[in-house]
Design a protein around this ligand. Sequence first.
Ligand code: NA7
Length: 535
Amino acid sequence: MKNPVSRYDAIIIGAGFSGLYQLHLLRDKLDLRCLLIEAGDGVGGTWYWNRYPGARCDSPSHSYSYYFSEDLLKKWTWTERYPGQPEIESYLNFVADELGLRPNICFGQTVNQCKYIQDQNYWHITTADGIEFQTKYLIAAVGCLSMSNKPVIKGIETFTGSIFHTGNWPKEKINFFGKSVAVIGTGASAIQAIPLIAEQAEKLTVFQRTPNYSVPACNHKLSAETSKKYKKDWRSTLEIMQTSRNGLPWLEGDQSLDEIDEPRRTKLLEDAWKKGGLGFREAFKGTLRNRKSNSIMSRFVKDKIAEKIDNPEVAKLLTDFDHPFASKRPPLDTNYFETFNKKNVALVNLNEQPIKNATPNGLVTKSETFNLDVLVLATGFDAMTGAIEKLGVTGRSGTSINDFWQDGPTTYLGVHVPHFPNFFVLAGPGSPSVLTNMPRSIEFNVEWVGDCIKYLENNGLSYIEADLSASDKWSKDNQKLAHETLFVDAEHSWYLGANIPGKPRLFYPYAGGFPRYKAACNEAKSQDYDGLIVG
Ligand code: NA7
């Protein structure tokens, strides 16, 4: 006889930053019967899967924490300016233990079907192993950068060496000593991994399609004194993060570069460069809105990078930028460009030398053959929608979310999707997510979902669903906001879906900044959830 299907009030998919907090909030504050389903065998989400060498966050560690609990803030001490993957994974394990979340997490199960049962108003969830669950509320906390993008390479299945994707890195330590290694991609992940792989590999070949700007991370250990100060000042730090356009612990500079005369301008740029980090991007006003100001900054960064590279041909290839600075997420690096001065490191321009095919021994381009032991795919993600579209979500009248989003994702406030009642997406398309210091926008989204559910429960209501015209307006207005920025100048950016063949071209995250996003959500809430249908 078949086991009875377990029934929950809320099911959350994904045990990263967003899923863990959502479980805590719904279980411990709203007293709901909750289950969190996670594909991995541990917590961490993005920080569970992205364990490649050098994986590190580019938000400062003291800001890359939950702020909803003073107790958690006080108990945890970060050791570096930018936390590495092992430390973030430990942090999320610490949170899961402190909050006692594990009994409500089902590990090692991949959800592949979520079906809304319309006449009874519940969601029926099925995992790849055929385990079934029912729930009133369904929350996708599957992350923005969790569906790996793997390039199609003819004959790749015949390659006898090892292949690793940065976004799905094995737990065991990979030894590159004495090996011939290739890295495809020069995005944020590659920029972190390449210097470390180059330290071990006999030979490292980097295949570049598009060069990327990168700012020195200037990472360092945190002194006990600094950590103490961060803990003491947490309230004022939070206030700044809540006001900042990106949820980061600083505010944009109040002068635009085109208003400042030389040589003061160069001095200020040099000072900001020395500090490094994402703060460089915001050291001046309007870097992503004022083309003139941005071109001054782009030129400065290009020159700074070129200075680090010995070979002029290599320098030209690595700085032949096709987009304004920061219109793609500018990575932070530690010795990335300097790595190309090493004798064991070579750069291949994929635009001149496209990969023709793989063989059992390696890769073949138009005019060269590369014998390889290891191939590292640092080729990014089907960002923001890829992981949601793998969940097999069908809503009212059997509408599939993949069909509904065929021409691009329509959401209301980046959380609700028309035709999908009681379905919530955390850090979804149309929310600020990847343009922010993620924990801040995640906390806001999680608390929003908590408030929606509380509203339904307290008022004896059974569902909440996005209104189609409000969602169309939200999504269209976001495209307008994006066109007021320089983000749309980066034609090949994953923010625009350009890295995935056939993906609709539009701006995926919310472009209006974190404070404006929160104001729009709060306004809707103050008007009895305007733009949402409740019943
Ligand atoms: P990214 O930033 O999307 O970088 C992926 C890199 O891989 C980038 O250089 C791509 O070139 C390259 N790529 C992608 N597909 C191919 C194919 N088919 N052939 C050759 N090269 C390819 O992903 P990351 O993991 O580095 O970083 C993701 C985010 O994590 C980052 O933005 C931060 O927010 C943190 P392209 O530029 O598309 O020409």
